[in-house]
Ligand binder design. Structure first.
Ligand code: KIV
Length: 294
């Protein structure tokens, strides 16, 4: 039997999965050890999402995330990955000024971050032109439609998109236009499963769903959410596969108690002198005392 981790994931191999499966497994990661766990666990796509801002850096939303922060974390992730395809998320205002600046920023994810592709939110006419320009610069692009968290100030709050027929049609059109602009995959975020199924049928490229039902060609979740590390509000679409927050709080409490009550460190976690060195030190101390007339 071949080990599924033997085959490096590429854009063509992801495109082939649309027709022949299996479904594409995607998770976010922001650091080296997490990326290593995901890669060695067989995750196909690792997204260094700008959700970084909320789950790691403590921002209220993704708007404040900078290029420098994204590149720093993408580099850490890439160092931990051997098989998966790493995608860097273009943060707010890294693609809003000019096509030249957009391409320069996108290229940094590949040249400095070690990613193989970038993700960009939205599908306005201007955005589609940027996608074309990035692809033209040999940088694979993953689109992102439905709920686009960088638009939080327009939206007012994160909500399910495509619940009305005109918005649902718009989502299908947006995804089709991203495919035409050259995207190799599209993230579908927070939409009724039926709408995501329509998009998935309409496209030749894979759809990666988050809160978009089971018909998508792949699924993504934010690592800290599915591991139960995030606290507070959690969208309906998150399934918790672990309870890291409770496990880590328990470990911190146990460590604190051991330190306060003198149980840590113990013999097993302390260095000791070899007996001959210890004896020599005792003799030296005695000589010193004698020399001082003690
Ligand atoms: O930033 C992110 O983690 C994302 C995913 C939710 C798709 O964009």
């Amino acid at each position: 039997m071949t080990d599924p981790r033997d085959d490096k994931i590429t854009i063509p191999s992801l495109l082939a999965r649309k027709a022949s499966g299996p479904k594409i497994v995607c998770l976010t990661a922001y650091d080296y050890p997490t990326a290593k766990v995901l890669d060695e666990g067989g995750v196909d796509l690792i997204l260094v999402g700008d959700s970084l801002g909320m789950v790691v850096l403590g921002y209220e939303n993704t708007v404040p995330v900078t290029m420098e922060e994204m590149i720093h974390h993408t580099r850490a992730v890439s160092r931990g990955v051997r098989r998966a395809l790493v995608v860097g998320d273009m943060p707010y205002f890294s693609f809003h000024l000019s096509p030249d600046e957009t391409i320069r920023n996108a290229s940094r994810f590949l040249k400095e971050g070690g990613a193989a592709a970038v993700k960009i939110e939205g599908a306005s006419r201007k955005r589609l032109k940027l996608v074309e320009a990035i692809v033209e610069a040999e940088i694979p692009v993953m689109g992102h439609v439905g709920l686009t968290p960088q638009s939080i100030h327009h939206l007012g709050r994160f909500r399910v998109k495509g619940t009305k027929s005109d918005e649902a049609r718009r989502i299908v059109d947006d995804a089709v236009n991203l495919e035409k602009a050259g995207a190799f995959a599209v993230v579908l975020e927070s939409m009724p499963a039926e709408v995501a199924a329509d998009v998935t049928r309409a496209l030749k490229i894979p759809t990666i769903g988050i809160g978009a039902g089971p018909a998508c060609d792949g699924q993504v979740l934010v690592f800290h959410d599915m591991m139960g590390f995030t606290t507070g509000y959690m969208p309906k679409f998150v399934r918790k596969y672990a309870d890291l927050y409770t496990a880590m709080s328990g470990a911190v409490a146990a460590y604190s108690k051991d330190v306060r009550e003198g149980r840590f460190p113990d013999d097993a976690t302390s260095y000791r002198l070899k007996p001959d060195v210890a004896a020599e030190l005792v003799r030296a101390k005695a000589r010193n005392r004698k020399g001082r007339g003690g």
